[in-house]
Design a protein around this ligand. Structure first.
Ligand code: CA
Ligand code: CA
Ligand code: CA
Length: 630
C-alpha cells in the first residue's frame, strides 16, 4: 500500500476501523498515472463500517423475512447517514467533469465511482474515507468455466436424457419422491445475463411482481426502472440479455426444465433472478451491487460462477464484509472455487470463494473424480485487515463442497444445448440443491442450510473434509431429506413416567453478558442429575442411537456442568437448567468452549439425564439450536 497523505488534520482523527485514512491502493496509483486524465473506476471505502456485532444480533432473529428486513434497515440507515457528505462532494466533482457514474452502495459502506486523478486525491484527503481501491476491469477470466463451449448439439441429438450430474446428485429422486422442484424459491444468478426465451428456462425467469415493464417508471421504487427480470449492473439498464453464453448455461443447470429434450436443471421449479454483471470489462463493484439488489429484492440464494484471483488485487476485505452482511440477512451465498488447480496454496481458491461465510464449490466429474482444474484450498486471511485470521498453515478449509462440473451439458444461449466445463458448472448444481432444500423447509436458516449440505455430502478423496473436494460430492436427495426433517428429526426419548422431555431456551444468548440465557430441560426425573451436551459442529443426520434415544449432535461434543433436577420423588416433574451466559463467562463451573464467546456461532445442544426408573438409566431431550449473540 502507498500512503498518499499524512496531514496534521488526518493525524488528529482517531484511527478508522479499516486501514489508514486516504490510502490509494497500489494498483490505483499506477492506473491514475497511466490514465492521462481519463477517469478510472474506483471503490471508495468509508472508514465507518457497521460493527458486525449489530448485524449478528439482527441475524439471530428466527424468522427469515424479519431478519432480512432488520439487516437491510441497519445497513441502509448507516450508509445513508455516513455517505451524505461524501456524495455531495462527488456531485460537485462530477459537475466539474472529474467524476461520473456515482453508485452509492449500502450492502457495505462503499461508493463505486469513476474518478480522475484530481478527484481521487480530493476524495483520499477526506477523513471519513478509509481507502480508494482500483476496481480493475477484467475480462472473461473472472468466469470460472475452464474450457470453451464445445460445438452445439442439436436438441434431437441429446434425446430425452437426464443429465448425468442431475442424476448423480439425486435431484430427479427429489422431484419424484418428494414432489419438490424448488417452487417458490428465488435464486439470484450473478453472471453474463440470460437469454430469456430459451424454451427450457422461459417459465422459470423471476418477475419483479410490482414492476410494470416498459413504462419508464420505477413502479416498485427500488431504484431501478423497469427491472422486470433483474438488472444489468455493468450498463445500468434492464437489458439482461446474455451475449456470452456462460450465464445461460449456468441458469440451465440451475433451473432448466427439459422442454427442448435435455433435462439439465436441478431445480426446474425455482425462479431465476437475472443479475448481469458482465460485459467485456467486469468490475468488482458491479457484483457487489448485484448482491445488494438480490438481497433487497427477495432472492433466497445467491449463486455466482466467478471469482477474482488474488494476484488481480481484489478488495478482499470488502468482499468479505459484503458476503458476511448478506449472509447475516439470511441469504445463502454460493460462489465457485474457480479453476486454478492445486498449484499455489493458499491462493488457488479465488475471492470471494475464500470468504468463510460463502459456500465455495469445487468440481468433480460424473464418476466422482475431482476435476484437475478445480481449485484446491486452503485459503488464508492472514494479512488482510481488519480480519487477519485463518493463518496458513493450516488456513481455512476450502472448497466447502463439490458437484459435477466436468463436461456438463446445459443450455446454449436462446436454444439448444452445449457442453462446458468448470467450477462454474458445478456451482449451479449446489444452488439448485439449496433451492430444493428451501422449498422442503422454508424456515431453514442460512447456517443450517450450509451445514446440512456438508453433512450429507458423499465423502471423496482423503477421509473427511479435505482441501480437494471439501465435504465431498453434493447429494441433493440426502440434503433435502435432512432439510425435511430439520428441527424434528431428533425425537426426545420418553421418560420412565411416560412423558416427553424437551429442551427450550429463555433470555438472550450473549458472548459478553455474564448471565441471562437459560437452557432448560423439562420432564426430568426427580432428584436426578443432567448434563448439557453441546457443539458448534452442527446437527448429526441421521441421528446416532444412544441409550434408547437419539443423539443429534455432530462431534466433537462438549459438556456443561452437572446440574440437579429437583422435583417430587418418584415423579418426572423436575427440570434442568443452565445459564449459558454464566457458563460461557466462567461463572457457572466447568470449562466452557471458546466458541461460546464468538458472536454468530451456531450451537446445537441436548440434555441427557439420569432416569432411575428407566431400564437403560438415561434419557435424552430433543435438540435445540441457538446462535451466540454479541
Ligand atoms: Ca424498479
Ligand atoms: Ca416500470
Ligand atoms: Ca474427503
Amino acid at each position: 500500500m502507498y500512503t498518499l497523505l499524512a496531514t496534521s488534520l488526518l493525524a488528529a482523527c482517531p484511527p478508522p476501523a479499516m486501514g489508514a485514512s486516504g490510502e490509494l491502493s497500489e494498483g490505483l496509483v499506477s492506473a491514475l498515472a497511466s490514465a492521462r486524465g481519463e477517469l478510472v473506476r474506483v471503490s471508495v471505502v468509508l472508514a465507518d463500517q457497521l460493527p458486525p456485532q449489530e448485524l449478528i444480533a439482527a441475524g439471530t432473529l428466527s424468522e427469515r423475512r424479519l431478519r432480512r428486513a432488520e439487516v437491510i434497515g441497519l445497513l441502509g440507515t448507516h450508509a445513508s447517514a455516513s455517505q451524505a457528505d461524501l456524495l455531495a462532494e462527488l456531485g460537485t466533482l462530477r459537475a466539474a467533469g472529474h467524476a461520473r457514474r456515482i453508485v452509492p452502495l449500502w450492502v457495505a459502506n462503499v461508493v463505486s465511482v469513476d474518478l480522475d486523478r484530481t478527484a481521487a486525491l480530493a476524495v483520499a484527503a477526506r477523513p471519513d474515507v478509509a481507502r480508494l481501491h482500483y476496481s480493475r476491469p477484467r475480462g472473461s477470466e473472472v468466469l470460472s468455466s475452464a474450457s470453451a463451449a464445445t460445438p452445439v448439439l442439436a436438441p434431437a441429438a441429446v434425446g430425452g436424457g437426464l443429465q448425468c450430474g442431475v442424476d448423480l446428485i439425486g435431484a430427479d429422486d427429489v422431484w419424484s419422491q418428494h414432489g419438490i422442484d424448488g417452487r417458490g424459491v428465488v435464486v439470484g444468478v450473478i453472471d453474463t445475463g440470460l437469454c430469456l426465451t430459451h424454451p427450457d428456462i422461459a417459465g422459470q425467469v423471476w418477475r419483479n411482481p410490482l414492476e410494470i415493464p416498459g413504462n419508464g417508471i420505477d413502479d416498485d421504487a427500488n431504484g431501478y426502472i423497469d427491472d422486470r427480470n433483474g438488472w444489468n449492473f455493468e450498463s445500468q439498464s434492464n437489458d439482461v440479455t446474455d451475449h456470452h453464453g456462460h450465464g445461460s448455461h449456468v441458469a440451465g443447470t440451475l433451473a432448466g426444465d427439459g422442454t427442448g429434450g435435455a433435462r439439465c436443471g436441478v431445480a426446474p421449479g425455482c425462479e431465476v433472478m437475472v443479475l448481469k454483471f458482465f460485459n467485456d470489462l467486469a468490475g468488482e463493484a458491479s457484483v457487489w451491487e448485484a448482491m445488494q439488489y438480490g438481497l433487497d429484492n427477495g432472492a433466497d440464494v445467491l449463486s455466482a460462477s466467478l471469482g477474482w484471483h488474488h494476484s488481480w488485487g481484489p478488495d478482499r476485505a470488502m468482499w468479505r464484509t459484503i458476503c458476511d452482511n448478506v449472509t447475516a440477512a439470511g441469504m445463502v451465498v454460493v460462489f465457485a472455487a474457480h479453476n486454478f488447480g492445486c498449484n499455489n496454496p493458499p491462493d488457488d481458491v479465488t475471492t470471494p470463494g475464500d470468504v468463510p461465510t460463502v459456500i465455495a464449490v469445487g468440481a468433480t466429474d460424473c464418476n466422482d473424480v475431482k476435476a484437475g482444474f478445480s481449485s484446491c484450498g486452503p485459503s488464508t486471511w492472514q494479512g488482510v485487515p481488519p480480519y487477519n485470521d485463518f493463518p496458513y498453515p493450516p488456513g481455512l478449509l476450502r472448497p466447502s463442497i463439490s458437484a459435477p462440473g466436468d463436461q456438463v451439458l446445459s443450455h446454449q444461449g436462446c436454444g439448444g444445448y452445449v457442453t462446458m466445463s468448470g467450477t462454474s458448472m458445478a456451482t449451479p448444481h449446489v444452488a439448485g440443491a439449496l433451492a430444493l432444500m428451501l422449498e422442503a423447509d422454508p424456515t431453514l436458516d442460512q447456517y443450517s442450510a450450509a451445514g446440512i449440505l456438508e453433512a450429507t455430502a458423499v465423502d471423496l478423496g482423503p477421509p473427511g473434509h479435505d482441501n480437494e473436494t471439501g465435504a465431498g460430492r453434493l447429494d441433493a436427495l440426502a440434503a433435502v431429506t435432512a432439510a425435511l426433517a430439520n428441527g424434528n428429526f431428533c425425537a426426545a426419548k420418553q421418560n420412565s413416567c411416560g412423558s416427553q422431555p424437551s429442551i427450550s431456551a429463555g433470555g438472550q444468548s450473549s458472548a459478553s453478558a455474564t448471565s441471562g440465557f437459560w437452557i432448560v430441560g423439562s420432564e426430568a426425573h426427580a432428584s436426578e442429575v443432567g448434563i448439557l451436551a453441546y457443539t458448534h459442529a452442527g446437527a448429526a443426520f441421521p441421528p446416532l442411537p444412544f441409550f434408547g434415544g437419539e443423539l443429534c449432535l455432530r462431534f466433537p461434543l462438549r459438556r456443561g456442568p452437572i446440574v440437579s433436577s429437583g422435583g417430587t420423588p418418584g415423579q418426572c416433574d423436575g427440570s434442568l437448567d443452565l445459564d449459558m451466559n454464566a457458563f460461557a463467562s466462567g461463572n457457572a463451573g466447568g470449562a466452557p468452549a471458546p466458541f461460546l464467546l464468538a458472536p454468530g456461532t451456531t450451537v446445537h445442544c441436548q440434555w441427557w439425564a439420569r432416569d432411575s426408573g428407566d431400564p437403560l438409566g438415561v434419557y435424552l431431550t430433543d435438540r435445540l439450536e441457538f446462535i451466540v449473540g454479541p
